[in-house]
Design a protein around this ligand. Structure first.
Ligand SMILES: C[S@@+](CC[C@H](N)C(=O)[O-])C[C@H]1O[C@@H](n2cnc3c(N)ncnc32)[C@H](O)[C@@H]1O
Length: 275
């Protein structure tokens, strides 16, 4: 564990992070503590990082996550770090690792950073900071992978969590790290129309309930789980349609429930479809 000198008081906060208060400036209080190399590798593996990805590490410390993403997974990356000395160190580390052309390090506050270019976000922050970031993360492109070392996202349950042994872990009492993965779920809440056919979605993060009203047919209801841009047909029970979110519309992927494959639903312009 490496503690940056300006962050010693904050280091105490991470040791009892659960008790840390959610103040407005909390983001500046996250100490510099490095993610061990084998945990970094697992974070990038669980996110399935590859050559097409652009990884943004929020609070990038000495640059290790972005540098590993570039060197071992072929990705491009951006590290955003508030401590200028660490940004300089990251650039030097990237040059040494031969990935200066694939990586960028910026001395910037993560709350001022445009995240839209990322296909993968990584972070090792604090629970309260994760929660402050959550609304922005949820507005990212459906399917964007978000990986957090140790800390969760409150009631936004991860799609996957793995534990990695860290025998010499200095933070907290546990001798392992948790790695959480979320895929930003497509935003489907509300009314969608294809002609006079209506889909009414209620959404809670990755969970949805939908009511289908087609002209001349009884209403059908079902529920399922959103996986990034996909709403796979629920397993078991009557056949249900699968959907795929694309450019703000919902395409029927698998025909069922009277819906033809390829039918495109768009957000309702009025309070009802076909009005
Ligand atoms: C726990 S360290 C993680 C470093 C690196 N991501 C890793 O996993 O090894 C958190 C880093 O976030 C930086 N940080 C804290 N608040 C920040 C903010 N608001 N904007 C940018 N960086 C911040 C800290 O200076 C620190 O280097």
């Amino acid at each position: 564990m490496t503690l940056h000198p300006v962050s010693r008081t904050a280091a105490a906060a991470i040791l009892c992070a659960a008790a840390a208060s959610a103040q407005a400036q909390l983001g500046e209080e996250v100490p510099f503590i490095t993610t061990p190399d084998h945990v970094t590798l697992e974070m990038l593996r669980i996110a399935d990082v590859g050559a097409k990805d652009h990884v943004i590490d929020l609070g990038s410390g000495d640059g290790r996550i972005v540098i590993t993403a570039a060197r071992q997974f072929g990705a491009t990356g951006l590290g955003v770090e508030i401590v200028p000395d660490l940004v300089e160190k990251s650039r030097a580390n990237a040059r040494r690792a031969g990935v200066a052309d694939k990586t960028e390090f910026r001395a910037q506050d993560i709350f001022d950073t445009d995240l839209s270019a990322a296909s993968v976000i990584t972070m090792y922050l604090l629970p309260e900071v994760n929660l402050q970031l959550r609304p922005r993360l949820l507005r990212m492109a459906p399917g964007t992978r978000i990986v957090s070392h140790d800390w969760d996202m409150g009631d936004w349950q991860p799609d996957r969590t793995v534990k990695v042994e860290v025998p010499d872990k200095k933070v907290g009492l546990e001798k392992f790290s948790r790695i959480h993965l979320w895929r930003v779920p497509a935003p489907v809440e509300g009314l969608w129309c294809a002609g006079g056919t209506a889909l009414r979605f209620e959404q809670q993060f990755q969970q949805y309930r939908v009511r289908l009203d087609a002209p001349g047919a009884p209403a059908q209801r079902w529920q399922g789980r959103i996986v990034g841009a996909d709403l796979p047909a629920p397993v078991g029970g009557p056949a249900r349609a699968a959907f795929h979110w694309r450019d703000g519309g919902l395409d029927v992927r698998t025909a069922a429930a009277g819906l033809a494959a390829g039918t495109r639903f768009t957000r309702a312009a009025d309070a009802q479809c076909g009005a």
